[in-house]
Design a protein around this ligand. Sequence first.
Ligand SMILES: Cc1cc2nc3c(=O)[nH]c(=O)nc-3n(C[C@H](O)[C@H](O)[C@H](O)COP(=O)(O)OP(=O)(O)OC[C@H]3O[C@@H](n4cnc5c(N)ncnc54)[C@H](O)[C@@H]3O)c2cc1C
Length: 434
Amino acid sequence: MSRIAIIGAGISGLTAAKTLMEKHDVAVYEKSQTAGGLAQSIKADGCTFHICGANSMKQICDTTRKFIEGVINFDEEIVEVKRNSAILFENGEVSKPEFHGMFKKKMTEIEGVPSPISSHIYMLQPEIQKRIVSDIFQIKAKEKSSRSPKFLATYLKAKYGQTLYDMFFGPYYEKVWHSDLRKIPLRWLEGRLHAPTADEIIMANFNHDKAQYLAARTFLYDINGGAQRLVNKLVEAIGDRLTLNHVVRDIEKRGDKWLVDGMEYDKVIFCANLKMLPKILHTPEIEPYKEYIASLKYHGTTSVFCELSKNPYTEIYLPGKEHRAHKIICTGNFNAANNSESHKMTGTVEFTDYISEDDIKDELSRMPLNPVYITHRYTEYTHPIQDIETQATVTKIKDTLKPTGFYITGLLAEWEQYNVNQAIAAALKTVETI
Ligand SMILES: Cc1cc2nc3c(=O)[nH]c(=O)nc-3n(C[C@H](O)[C@H](O)[C@H](O)COP(=O)(O)OP(=O)(O)OC[C@H]3O[C@@H](n4cnc5c(N)ncnc54)[C@H](O)[C@@H]3O)c2cc1C
């Protein structure tokens, strides 16, 4: 039995703790007054407010499923919600005038086209369709011969063509990550991108989206509070091994032991924020990486919880320049219990980085679905942005520290854009050798 300190009680730290606590003496330190990190949701006016995204699980692997099944009654509590997402284009406002008035058929509630756009090309104006068809022929011709793209922009253009890239993928992802997609390595989104082949795009349009290629047509959601329910169950299982309101500030090696804020442990699992590691960890192994870690870029998220007009959507994507927000997540449609008597329909309007309350209210006044402000939260670190060296450098840091009994796992700890499934799977893999 080892004494193990786990830093951070987000999904990753809680997963590690739950897995190790049977055989080891585990202590989890969390700086906030509640556990859950980015997966948290809170109650606002009796409704469920997910403070970052909605943590809906688009796909889960077998190991994650098995882990969740050990904590939650999967069959009774987790439901499969059908996605009904749409993309709102700004007819007349879009920067490229050739796209004005592009839709033959308009969706009733918003001027949008259903997502994925690649399955709904038949809804666009004929001249745009022609350009996309020509793009798809080019994609098909290159499919077998082309080299694998290394960056996000080249990948998206290779998979969807220039026209769809200019209309949606480029502006939308640049809005979300505030980053140049030509410099974002594709590996950063490994396991999260499910682009169709040229044949699948063609078939989806002939069959009017009956084709089943899209992995994320549904998502899993805990009807009793989303990912927060999993967090609560894990916290319950861990019991008094979890200490809240404890910011870990000092970790040092003494002989074969680790001192975490003066308390002695055999091993440490770091599930917090890589940016903070050089300040907290006092060992020579981290020295060569200090400068690189300091140079890592990131962005935050302002999530605005609102009452919305009744609508049938799960998400609405906003790629255009008219709105600073990039997405409306209609969490009230995930599960009626997310709403309350006073707010029949609620959801989150998501902005990248900080935006003031006055600016939020100004933005909301011009947005679709008539959002009425309830509350908001700004989280500074939500999108760790990788460059071409990040994964290899973080792997080196992990490999250098692991033999000393110091492990690193988690979204910000590894500087990965993990979803819940990936965060759980990575934490399980990290602890399997302990
Ligand atoms: C905007 C957004 C939308 C998302 N949407 C989805 C989605 O729809 N579906 C999905 O599957 N996933 C989604 N995710 C991803 C998901 O939220 C994460 O994968 C998961 O929550 C990461 O958990 P983690 O434990 O690795 O990290 P975190 O949640 O960041 O946990 C780290 C914890 O460490 C604590 N900590 C930090 N420093 C210290 C310290 N010095 N001492 C003690 N504690 C410390 C923090 O307070 C925090 O609780 C989304 C993420 C974001 C940002």
